[in-house]
Ligand binder design. Structure first.
Ligand code: PEP
Length: 249
């Protein structure tokens, strides 16, 4: 019922050469049927990616957006611009944006609404720090982040949402959550969503993120509530990323 989605977050990495290597590899690759794959390159590579991915199954994603439609916001990019460009997904609430750019739950909500208004699917990233996990606060923190974003959404907006559970202690650290740890949090997110709407909860795509790689992806993706992955480091290596996509079928 839920098609697998693998999203590659290149962060502030990549090059035209890497974009072209992905274009070549994915134009020849066989992906399991029904698997959707999206690459989120830095903004300057979107145009090269649009060209290089044209004959591939790869979709285009963005890493952030400004909540406003247009105006005096030097350096920023709006949802309307991304939509015009052909971007289908955008990350909101990534822990690097929450921590390094001080994006609060309110800021995340504003970006979520901006994405939905521009008809771009937001991938809402949530996750606890190591301190919060060690204090037994994982569910409380994650459900607060999910709830803050979801509480004011209309059902039609909730139906467009993708949620990525990314324990902060697992991002870029090489330390992956165990499949059971990830599954437990995913199940809690789905149960929370079921409090709003059981049918929507059953359809909500939930991604795991945090040091997913070609060796651990299959076991994580085999969990009943994990529908895909948000992949950072391993999405910069074409063979590893392809292997992750192939294990999602
Ligand atoms: C991320 O940046 O969303 C991420 C999960 O990174 P990594 O896979 O490198 O942990």
């Amino acid at each position: 019922m839920r098609a697998p989605l693998i999203a590659g977050n290149w962060k502030m990495n990549g090059s035209t050469e890497l974009v072209e290597a992905f274009g070549r590899a994915f134009s020849e690759a066989r992906l399991p049927s029904g698997v959707e794959v999206v690459i989120h390159p830095p903004f300057p590579y979107l145009e090269a990616a649009r060209r290089a991915f044209a004959a591939t199954p790869l979709g285009l994603g963005a890493q952030t957006l400004n909540p406003l439609h247009s105006g005096a916001r030097t350096g920023e990019v709006s949802g309307a611009m991304l939509k015009e460009f052909g971007v289908g997904y955008v990350l909101v609430g990534h822990s690097e944006r929450r921590q390094l750019y001080r994006e609060s739950d309110d800021d995340v909500y504003d970006r979520l609404i901006a994405a939905l208004s521009a008809d771009i699917r937001p991938i809402l990233c949530v996750g606890e720090t190591l301190e919060e996990r060690d204090a037994g606060r994982t569910e409380e923190v994650v459900l607060r982040q999910v709830g803050h974003a979801m509480a004011r959404l209309e059902p039609a907006q909730r139906a467009r949402l993708v949620i990525a559970y990314e324990p902060v202690w697992a991002i870029g650290t090489g330390r992956t959550a165990t499949p059971q740890q990830a599954q437990d949090v995913m199940a809690a997110i789905r149960a929370y969503q079921a409090g709003y709407d059981r049918d929507l909860a059953a359809r909500l795509p939930l991604l795991y993120g945090g040091s997913m790689n070609a060796s651990n992806a299959a076991e994580l993706l085999a969990q009943p509530d994990i529908d895909g992955g948000l992949v950072g480091g391993a999405s910069l290596k074409v063979d590893d990323f392809l292997a992750i996509c192939q294990s999602a079928g």
